[in-house]
Design a protein around this ligand. Structure first.
Ligand SMILES: [Zn+2]
Length: 531
């Protein structure tokens, strides 16, 4: 007997109304299709599992369905069924990730002129389109410049910033959102009902939290849990299978940090270790928690992907932590995650991070850390902690935050080993005009992009530069970085590196702290989903 197909395949939406969480996209598409105003090219961007390829196939279905009503395919006619079963000759799917598309694009250029063989439109879906080579993009561009009337292109990508602007400008673009928590839970509940499996609602909530807005991830996890549980699904099974360090624990960590309660933080870590939990996973969740808190602080609202329970907690914690504190916490957690990789199972990096984070930066540290009188927790043995807890070290902020802290408060004394800025941020800002002038000698275009960019922080020898648009950022981070580093090093008479970040922040802020922070977390798409 054939193996049962995966849930996410069996429950792939067959109509626009079955798409979860992307109403802003499906409504526009249905209207366009109903009014015969279909674009020749679409760009669907969004993180994995948010419905890009499903929507692409639905476009093919709707434009080829003779019974389409209000832009919605009937899902019963010959072409609808052929598309559902993957045997519709005029739906051509190209996976740019597996072969980078050169032959496909050449083939596409040769064949795109031929009329469709089964339907009214030939629909080309290019998945992971950002992976196409320059050659393939050029071939595609030629086709997009003069598209035959019967052809529709749908580009799907998780990284729209890597699609050349010349291509983007010829498409109608849709940004898919992470699926809201409630939408994921509701979809999981619908699937369980159809599968005739019962499950605790707390179990579905936990799966949705793990999936973080990716419906496909949630459905795959549900698949695993159903197979594992072999009966009704419970929260404890979900936790057992997904190695859940539940959000309550990351929330408890932030409670401890907000209260500057090192003992509570270390005790929490001891408990995780006793339970044999994966500390790196815990830290990764804590980074997500920090990210959600930044959003909450910056926008006054918890992210949509958060359940009500989580949202309430986030709002409470947002009152107790400033953006500056959160930036410091997040940066430290990112480092800790790295350090835990090489710490051979000892929780020391996480413990040190907690002790560091609960100790005030600006003032001298309070006398003995409470944790050093905590013999019941094996991990609380000082190891190297005593020296780390010396007051002098406490005053040194780290990384990207350094330069900002410098501007805001009295001069910071750098101690050996800390990554103090190689030049002051003010110096870089003053030198920026020279840099632009220098670039102008080579290209007005380059100079214009740099004139719109802004140095926002310095992390050791690395200058963090914010760019307003992703295209310019990618260009300077990638192809032109060496040139930029050379120019800046010359002008500043110091060897510097650069890191180009996107100035992509929540609307309430032009705070460089938040900008630097967004980059520290490295996943600005989550910030962007709150409009
Ligand atoms: Zn149909």
């Amino acid at each position: 007997m054939p193996e049962r197909a995966a849930i996410y395949r069996r429950y792939r939406p067959q109509t626009f109304s079955a798409i979860v969480g992307q109403e802003h996209v499906t409504r526009t598409l249905r209207n366009a299709i109903a009014n015969g105003q279909v674009a020749h090219a679409y760009l669907l961007s969004g993180v994995r599992g948010t419905g890009k390829t499903s929507i692409a196939r639905l476009i093919a279905k709707a434009v080829n369905c003779p019974n389409a009503k209000d832009g919605e395919p009937c899902d019963r006619c010959e072409s609808c069924i052929a598309i559902r079963e993957g045997r519709f000759l005029d739906l051509i799917e190209i996976d740019a990730a597996s072969n980078r598309g050169i032959d496909e694009m050449r083939d596409l250029r040769d064949k795109v002129r031929f009329a469709p063989s089964m339907g009214q439109y030939k629909v080309y879906v290019i998945d992971e389109a950002h992976q196409l080579t320059t050659e393939a993009f050029n071939a595609l561009l030629k086709t997009l410049e003069e598209p035959p009337p019967h052809a529709i292109f749908v580009l799907a990508t998780t990284e729209s910033g890597k699609i050349p602007a010349t291509i983007v400008s010829r498409t109608q673009r849709f940004d898919l959102r992470r699926i809201p928590h409630k939408g994921v839970v509701a979809q999981l509940a619908r699937i369980l009902e159809q599968e005739k499996v019962s499950g605790e609602s707390t179990a579905l909530e936990a799966i949705a939290r793990h999936a973080q807005g990716s419906l496909r991830d949630a459905e795959s996890m549900l698949d695993m849990v159903i197979a594992f549980a072999d009966g009704p699904i419970t929260l404890s099974e979900v936790n057992e299978l997904l190695g859940a360090s539940d959000w309550e624990e990351t929330a408890a960590l932030f409670d401890a940090l907000a209260a500057a309660d090192g003992a509570a933080g270390i005790t929490l870590v001891g408990r995780l270790v006793d339970d044999g939990r994966d500390l790196r996973l815990f830290v990764r969740r804590a980074i997500d928690h920090a990210r959600a808190l930044v959003l909450t602080v910056a926008t006054g609202r918890a992210p949509e992907t958060a359940s009500e329970q989580v949202a309430a907690k986030l709002r409470a914690q947002a009152k107790a932590l400033s953006l500056e504190q959160l930036a410091r916490i997040a940066k430290r957690l990112v480092e800790t995650e790295q350090n835990l990789r090489t710490s051979e199972g000892t929780p020391l990096p996480l413990e040190l991070a907690i002790l560091d984070l609960v100790t005030p930066r600006e003032k001298a540290a309070p006398p003995p850390e409470p944790i050093r009188r905590e013999p019941s927790t094996p991990q609380s043995r000082p190891h190297g902690m005593v020296t780390r807890a010396e007051p002098a070290q406490r005053e040194v902020p780290r990384g990207a935050v350094v330069a900002i802290a410098e501007r805001r408060s009295s001069p910071v004394v750098a101690s050996p080993g800390a990554r103090s800025p190689v030049v002051a941020l003010e110096t870089v800002k003053k030198a920026w005009g020279d840099l632009v002038e220098r670039a102008k000698e080579r290209s007005i275009g380059k100079a214009a992009q740099l004139a719109k960019a802004d140095p926002i922080a310095i992390d050791g020898t690395t200058i963090v530069i914010a760019f307003g648009d992703e295209f310019a950022r990618a260009l300077w981070q990638d192809k032109r970085r060496a040139e930029l580093e050379q120019d800046l090093s010359d002008i500043l008479s110091a060897v510097v590196r650069v890191k180009c970040v996107r100035q992509q922040v929540a609307p309430t802020t032009d705070d460089p702290m938040l900008r630097a922070f967004v980059d520290t977390l490295g996943r600005p798409d989550r910030i962007m989903e709150i409009e």
